[in-house]
Design a protein around this ligand. Structure first.
Ligand code: CMP
Length: 138
């Protein structure tokens, strides 16, 4: 069974959307294999988003990820990586399809409520960056 990594970002946690987002996740038959609520620090966020370090939005992105607690998740189902990206919707909520989490809840490109791995290698890195094997009950 494929696993992917997800974050419910500070903008969504702050607006009490954890339950609504988890409901959408479970309604699409994902299993939550691991979950925790943490406050990221700037160095942790910078390392997590290292692939974006040359992008103009890197500083704002990493700062915004540290403005409040996030929910870290390992999600499991067949084809989980693609399925989670479909459920999230386009990165820019203005371009997200109806029925997606970002269309429903996100407020801007930066405050886009959720994150998801984009490929198997990224998922492997992102899951192991935040979770040890013993924390993941598949
Ligand atoms: P996420 O899926 O977490 O991956 C990188 C994040 O950078 C993205 O969601 C957006 O929240 C943020 N971001 C800000 N500006 C941009 C941009 N111009 N293009 C892509 N991502 C951006």
């Amino acid at each position: 069974m494929e696993q992917t990594f997800a974050i419910i970002k500070p903008d969504a946690v702050e607006r009490n959307l954890i339950g609504k987002i988890l409901e959408k996740i479970e309604s699409k038959e994902f299993r939550v294999a691991a979950m925790k609520r943490v406050l990221l620090t700037i160095p942790v966020a910078e390392c997590f988003y290292h692939v974006h370090k040359e992008r103009p939005f890197f500083k704002d992105l990493t700062a915004s990820m540290c403005t409040g607690p996030v929910i870290l998740l390992v999600l499991q189902k067949e084809g989980a990586i693609k399925a989670w990206r479909e459920l999230m919707g386009a990165t820019n909520p203005a371009e997200a399809d109806a029925g997606t989490i970002r269309k429903e809840f996100a407020v801007s490109l930066e405050k886009n409520s959720v994150h998801g791995s984009d490929a198997p290698e990224t998922a492997a890195f992102e899951i192991s960056y935040f979770f040890s094997q013993t924390e993941i009950l598949s």
